[in-house]
Write a protein that binds this ligand. Structure first.
Ligand SMILES: NC(=O)c1ccc[n+]([C@@H]2O[C@H](COP(=O)([O-])OP(=O)(O)OC[C@H]3O[C@@H](n4cnc5c(N)ncnc54)[C@H](OP(=O)(O)O)[C@@H]3O)[C@@H](O)[C@H]2O)c1
Length: 306
């Protein structure tokens, strides 16, 4: 990450996520089927708990069987309701296809793409994708694609990306995003870039796929195992001010459940629509967004026949 980007992040980030305002109760939504990825830890686990307590049928996607079963039990104990566990890796296109097959042809009302990680070393998937991009962008895009029919069975289909305020420091550059070689690797920048890609994707999908409502959200800065592990210094300094996972999960849960959702394409923080750019040099063109779509479509070939 360039020094200027670090300065920008340091300046911007504290403004977007430490305090948590009071909100009204979330509505119950019995009969809604909601998928949450990365549901065994932090914000995802909190999301699964909140949504199950609101009588929805939650499918937890976790990449590790043991961690998934432990989390499933926690959610079922808290809510008194059954939840489904599907084990799969969102950074593996092969695994995403298998997850979609397991979902079958039932109605899906919302997919919450929460799975994510900030890595400090370049790691590449079996399909030759850098993992940050595979997990945050390519895998979720393929899952949306494979579950398009399932979403079409819902009266209010929604797809929600758990992005990050970290994306404010980054402009989308599709060639750089998918660049997968080179000696240097800046995990913080790659993470911010993938989160920016999610936001730009939402903006373009709202137009190309208007039958679904598309959202990205920032959870605020949340005390989770993910932050403690990937940003230990930041965690040590800010721990006292961080939100709880339940607070971090609130906006995504609200987007999935509310009867008065914001306009499709919105970036949401604390149940409010917020700008997607604070700095003029991060503005994205439609041409670059189309390039992102076309690159992602190249990984989704054959998706209609999983
Ligand atoms: N915490 C914050 O302050 C903050 C701020 C902005 C955005 N976010 C975003 O919020 C989301 C949740 O983060 P968190 O802080 O709750 O972190 P966390 O505690 O590390 O939880 C991340 C979850 O994603 C799962 N995951 C990671 N890679 C995966 C993959 N390839 N396939 C399937 N699951 C995968 C993890 O599984 P394992 O347990 O198996 O690793 C874990 O369940 C992430 O997208 C993160 O970028 C968090």
């Amino acid at each position: 990450m360039k020094l200027s980007s670090k300065i920008k992040s340091a300046f911007l980030l504290p403004q977007v996520g430490f305090r948590f305002p009071k909100h009204s109760e979330l509505p119950s939504a019995p009969g809604k089927n909601i998928i949450v990825t990365g549901a065994n830890s932090g914000v995802g686990l909190a999301l699964a708990k909140i949504l199950t307590q609101k009588q929805t049928n939650v499918t937890m996607i976790c990449r590790n069987q043991e961690r998934g079963v432990t989390a499933q039990k926690i959610v079922e104990d808290v809510s008194g309701n059954k939840v489904e566990l599907l084990v799969g890796d969102m950074s593996s296109m092969k695994s995403v296809r298998s997850l979609a097959r397991s979902v079958g042809n039932r109605k899906i009302d919302a997919i919450i793409h929460n799975a994510g990680a900030l890595l400090h070393r370049r790691e590449t998937t079996a399909e030759s994708l850098e993992i940050t991009v595979a997990c945050h962008v390519a895998g979720p895009y393929l899952l949306n694609h494979l579950l398009a029919e399932n979403l079409s069975l819902s009266e209010t289909p929604r797809v929600i990306y758990m992005s990050s305020g970290g994306m404010y420091s980054r402009k989308l550059n599709v060639d750089e995003l998918f660049e997968n070689t080179g000696e240097t690797f800046d995990g913080v920048d790659r993470y911010a870039h993938a989160k920016r890609a999610q936001v730009e994707l939402v903006e373009t999908l709202r137009k190309s796929c208007p039958q679904v409502s598309w959202y990205a959200t920032h959870p605020g800065w949340v005390d989770t195992p993910g932050v403690a592990k990937s940003l230990p210094q930041f965690y040590r300094i800010t721990k006292r001010f961080l939100r709880t996972p339940t607070q971090g999960a609130d906006s995504a849960a609200w987007l999935a459940l509310t009867e008065s959702p914001p306009k499709s394409g919105s970036f949401v923080f604390d149940r409010r629509v917020v700008p997607t750019n604070i700095l003029p040099d991060t503005l994205c063109t439609d041409k670059e967004r189309k390039k992102l779509l076309s690159r992602l479509n190249s990984f989704s070939d054959g998706a209609a026949t999983p």
